[in-house]
Write a protein that binds this ligand. Structure first.
Ligand code: ZN
Length: 480
């Protein structure tokens, strides 16, 4: 089956060039100024449209067992929603229970992911440390195709890691050529603030942001960055939501430290006033960590996207139905944390980023796709329009519109934090591995068509850091 995308503008992270794109057997086989229509079985007329690499969401959670319940989007509904929104690859998080082996957890997640209809990969969380952990990390990287480890500095008495475990893992990650991901919130401070607030009778969703102020995130981000720099391992701060965390990242990057900052579409657009809404269900539906912030933080995030300090856009898509959120009635600390975005991320980012002039189209591609591919080492197979690579492509119609709503979305959740937002500029077609999986507003997906994307260690983009670590070994003074 061959598809020719004709007369569009090919947009990647660097250039925007008028041209045609030919796809065959799941691969991009030719990108050229003009390709004859006789070369393909099917021709898509992309006049007036942009042809871009399919999106990569580096941060989502399908059917995650969390806070006594399970996230309601599974690998089928979640990947289907992603494809409808132009995201053709997503990276999920395997989160072993304390004492559970990584390999055992990998087996569990791989089983769940069999029904995915879009390609996916995994990050592995380090949630505890035992005699075998270092060896397991080795196997995860060198035999299982996972090159990234996640560390939760929050969620005390559950999956939080202390400084010692974080350092153990950072050192082993450096040896293995893996990257370290950080959920940056000081879990000790959060736990104490939660107790204080509950004792003061603040039990509603407003207690959530009050217990996790921006400083708590800034402190943790800075600590993780200092550790990573000391060890000489690349560090990636997930869901950067506020000024203190951005400042820690920016300061480190100005010094030449190897730090990547991730922003979430939700933090760019939703502010903390939602938690003070008098409708409990509405307020609770917005509970996620870090919480949505006061409006002033949003401009800081947009500026940092523009200057490159935040270089990846994710969602942290992790959804729970109203009846699951209700577990936290009377105690905000029990409201399952998580909100949607997988289907909406690219539409919103185009509308509020490109249409407003905050970013250009090439930045759009870089932030929604290419940068994640480079950082997590699946470039150019993913995140590019290069000949020979996977045919994951979106054809973007800058004039088409969508009004985001729980009534039309494919995300398996009865709420949408972007409800009622009208966006201009959406995908007309999504092509995943050479197949049209979304066309003119309709998804046409196949359960199980998504494949696991294995990722090798030692991503080339961090070669300079590894050289620096070797060159800068301290030398003892030769004394007489
Ligand atoms: Zn997450």
């Amino acid at each position: 089956m061959s598809i020719l995308i004709k007369d569009g503008i090919l947009v990647d992270a660097n250039d925007s060039i008028k041209g045609d794109l030919l796809i065959e057997d799941g691969r991009i086989i030719k990108a050229a100024a003009k390709i004859d229509t006789s070369e393909a079985k099917q021709v898509l007329d992309a006049k007036g449209c942009y042809v871009m690499p399919g999106g990569i969401d580096p941060h989502c959670h399908m059917q995650l067992p969390f806070m006594g319940t399970v996230a309601s989007d599974d690998f089928f509904t979640g990947t289907r929603a992603a494809l409808a929104g132009g995201t053709t690859t997503q990276i999920d998080f395997i989160v072993p229970n304390p004492e559970q082996s990584m390999l055992d957890a990998l087996k569990q997640w791989s089983g769940w992911a069999e029904k995915a209809c879009a390609d996916y990969s995994f990050h592995m969380a380090v949630t505890w440390w035992g005699d075998k952990t270092a060896a397991e990390m080795d196997e995860i990287v060198n035999k299982q195709g996972i090159n990234s480890f996640k560390h939760f500095m929050a969620y005390k008495n559950a999956i939080m890691v202390n400084d010692e475990i974080m350092m153990n893992s950072f050192i082993q990650s450096r040896e293995l050529g893996a990257i370290c991901l950080i959920h940056a919130e000081n879990g000790e401070l959060v736990a104490r603030k939660q107790e204080e607030l509950l004792a003061q009778g603040i039990t509603g969703p407003e207690g959530h942001p009050l217990s996790r102020p921006p400083e708590v995130e800034g402190e943790a981000a800075n600590r993780a960055i200092v550790f990573a720099d000391e060890v000489g391992v690349p560090v990636y701060i997930v869901h950067t939501s506020c000024k203190p965390a951005v400042e820690a990242i920016s300061r480190a990057r100005r010094k030449g430290m190897c730090v990547i900052g991730e922003a979430l579409i939700g933090h760019l657009l939703v502010d903390e006033s939602v938690y003070w809404n008098e409708d409990w269900e509405f307020a609770a539906a917005h509970v996620m960590s870090p919480p949505f912030r006061a409006k002033g933080h949003q401009e800081v995030l947009w500026d940092s996207i523009n200057n490159g300090d935040l270089s990846v856009l994710g969602t942290d898509h992790c959804v729970f139905m109203h009846k699951q959120k209700a577990n936290g009635k009377g105690d905000f600390t029990k409201i399952p944390n998580g909100t949607n975005g997988l289907q909406d991320r690219m539409h919103l980012f185009w509308n509020f980023g490109v249409n407003t002039g905050r970013i250009n189209m090439n930045q759009f591609v870089a932030l929604t796709s290419t940068n994640a591919a480079r950082i997590f080492n699946m470039y150019p197979q993913k995140g590019s329009l290069i000949e020979g690579t996977d045919a994951d492509v979106v054809v973007w119609d800058p004039k088409a519109e969508r009004t985001i709503s729980v009534k039309e979305h494919l995300q398996n959740v009865d709420f949408n934090v972007f409800e009622g937002t009208k966006v201009t500029g959406i995908n007309r077609w999504t092509i995943a591995n050479g197949k049209i999986v979304f066309a003119d507003g309709k998804a046409n997906v196949e359960e199980g068509a998504g494949k696991f994307v294995a990722r090798k260690p030692f991503a080339p983009m961090f070669d300079n850091l590894r050289t620096r670590v070797k060159v800068r070994q301290p030398q003892a003074v030769a004394r007489r």
